[in-house]
Design a protein. Structure first.
Length: 580
């Protein structure tokens, strides 16, 4: 539908009594500063909420307000509108009807945008209203780069076949128009767009695999052009200033690039495998910077206790968990709050992940003897107030860290242990005397990242017999007293049932009873005292609390607990007879 005349949104809102004329005039003045349309400006200023605005427009224009996250539109229909046009005019094609197209728009009063869309589609357009935030989320899902990646891989494969796999042109790092450069740019754009934390490029016998880790789980795209693998690896090595002639040994490096107007820091690791070199890249979005402490997901009581401990003048605070559980992110959030002009902070990391101004960040380099222990010794001569050690890897580093905590410094670090209780035992196993730990250790935080139920397809869920039995046996929880949910899988979550991750935290403050057990080197007494400690809850119990509130699933609790379902693994296996 097209409008006979342009609707003046501000006048309409004043007429309906949703804003005053003074508010309208102020919003019109602020509109230029914010660089947004009037509706977005009013929402930004808090003068009206988005639902009220959209419901008003829906009723006034007599067009439907559609929830995109529950809409069943098809990607191929949405792609009828080119991405550049869709993003510019905040519009998406929802249905291909006999009499035209149904198009969702964030601003249905934009007559110019409607005319442009109608000209491009070359068919009549019927409008619907959609929320802008939902629209932007769905753009990232619809306009994936997978087809573009496949096409560029095919183009690169043809070029290499024609030139007999001559890679000499790839040595020119400025050749941004080369097919291999375009291919990698598309791979990075796709990864950033969908929020992948890692990219894996793996050559196989007949194919090359590109896998992206999204919410902790790998998703795979397979391409038949296996011959492009060496070109891709060479290009990445050039970007990271690695030795392109060395293919027999693993190499590590890093580089920066701009992807979708965001500054991306990429850590790269190469390793020789059977059919070439495997490459894994960790993506760090420097545009976002370190998280605020409140955004980590710590419950209010744990946040208060954590904050209280790291504001102490001295002592040691440890964050534990497996690789990829968000330990460094938690420490950076604490450092961001501690980063004041009156405090000198030194970090020792491998590698430096986020850049913090005013903080002296040192990256270890074992090749030249710049180990954690050596840097830590030197750091103590730099008159620091706070020291962050990326990881307590060996007894020497732990010993120096404990000594620093005893001599008036606040020491923050990470350790690879499963929970808070086993951390103190691990430190004693590394040779630290119990009485030193009792004096210096302030608090231990264990953490994990679990997947959140997709908000678009979450539905009620009844635990099966195995889950019910496990929860009752391990946590003492009767599932009949709780209500659970789980995502069934939809377009928005890639049919996984999950979207995004959240932190699960276990915090143990070292009180007098725990300190006494440490002094006596009594591990069993420490365990018993920890279980009685005020505010202590094991990780699985905390995860269950989130599941009972519908935020995650029982499946994620089992995954966090490292529980393998016996009803799945106890299946008949196929025995293969291998001939000599």
């Amino acid at each position: 539908m097209a409008f006979g005349k342009k609707i003046r949104l501000g006048d309409l809102l004043v007429e309906k009594g949703l804003i005053t004329d003074d508010q309208l005039q102020f919003a019109l003045g602020e509109q230029k500063k914010l660089g947004r349309k009037l509706g977005g400006t009013l929402i930004e200023l808090g003068m009206i909420n988005e639902s009220s605005l959209l419901n008003l427009l829906s009723g006034q224009l007599n067009i439907p307000l559609i929830d995109l996250n529950s809409s069943n539109y098809r990607d191929e229909v949405a792609k009828l509108l080119p991405e550049t046009l869709a993003r510019r005019y905040r519009a998406i094609v929802l249905e291909d009807r006999e009499d035209g197209y149904l198009v969702g728009m964030a601003d249905p009063t934009d007559i110019y945008a409607l005319d442009e869309i109608q000209d491009k589609l070359n068919k009549p357009v019927t409008q619907a209203i959609v929320r802008e935030a939902e629209l932007l989320e769905n753009f990232d899902l619809v306009y994936r780069r997978t087809e573009e990646i496949s096409a560029l891989a095919e183009e690169l494969g043809q070029d290499l076949s024609e030139s007999a796999t001559d890679l000499s042109d790839l040595l020119q790092t400025e050749m941004t128009d080369a097919p291999v450069a375009k291919l990698l740019q598309s791979i990075f754009e796709d990864a950033v767009q969908i929020g992948a934390s890692d990219i894996h490029i793996e050559p196989d016998q007949h194919v090359i695999r590109v896998r992206q880790r999204i919410d902790g789980i790998l998703h795979e795209q397979v391409m038949k052009e296996k011959q492009i693998a060496p070109a891709v690896v060479v290009r990445l090595k050039l970007m990271a200033s690695l030795n392109i002639s060395e293919k027999r040994l693993p190499q590590d490096g890093r580089f920066n690039m701009i992807v979708n107007n965001r500054e991306i820091d990429v850590r790269i690791s190469t390793m020789p495998v059977q059919f070439g070199e495997s490459v894994v890249m960790r993506i760090l979005d420097q545009t976002q910077g370190a998280l605020e402490l409140e955004n980590l997901g710590l419950p209010p009581d744990l946040l208060h206790r954590f904050r209280k401990n790291f504001h102490l003048p001295n002592g040691m605070i440890l964050v534990t968990g497996p690789t990829g559980s968000g330990k460094t992110t938690s420490l950076y959030a604490a450092l961001k709050e501690l980063n004041q002009a009156e405090s000198k902070i030194i970090t020792v990391e491998d590698p430096v992940e986020y850049r913090l101004s005013r903080v002296n960040q040192v990256q270890v380099n074992t090749k030249i003897g710049l180990s954690f222990a050596n840097v830590l010794r030197s750091a103590l001569r730099q008159d620091p107030d706070i020291i962050m050690v990326g990881e307590m890897r060996d007894a020497e580093t732990v010993e120096i860290g404990v000594s620093a905590a005893m001599t008036g410094h606040l020491v923050l670090s990470t350790l690879h242990t499963n929970d808070t209780i086993s951390t103190a035992t691990r430190l004693m196993d590394m040779g630290v005397e119990g009485y030193l730990l009792a004096t210096t250790l302030r608090t231990i935080i264990a953490q994990r990242l679990i997947r959140k139920n997709c908000r678009s397809c979450t539905e009620d869920y009844t635990p099966d017999a195995f889950e019910s039995s496990w929860l009752l046996e391990k946590l003492g929880i009767d599932v009949n007293t709780h209500h659970y949910q789980k995502g069934r899988g939809c377009k928005q979550c890639g049919s996984t049932g999950y979207s995004g991750r959240m932190g699960v935290f276990e915090l143990l403050d070292i009180n007098a009873e725990l300190a006494e057990a440490l002094r006596n080197n009594n591990s069993q007494a420490f365990v018993e005292a920890a279980e009685r400690a005020p505010g202590y809850q094991p990780l699985a119990m905390v995860a269950h609390h989130h599941a009972a509130n519908g935020k995650t699933s029982i499946e994620e609790i089992l995954r966090l607990a490292g529980q393998v379902r016996e009803d799945i693994i106890d299946q008949p296996t196929l025995t293969l007879e291998i001939e000599d």
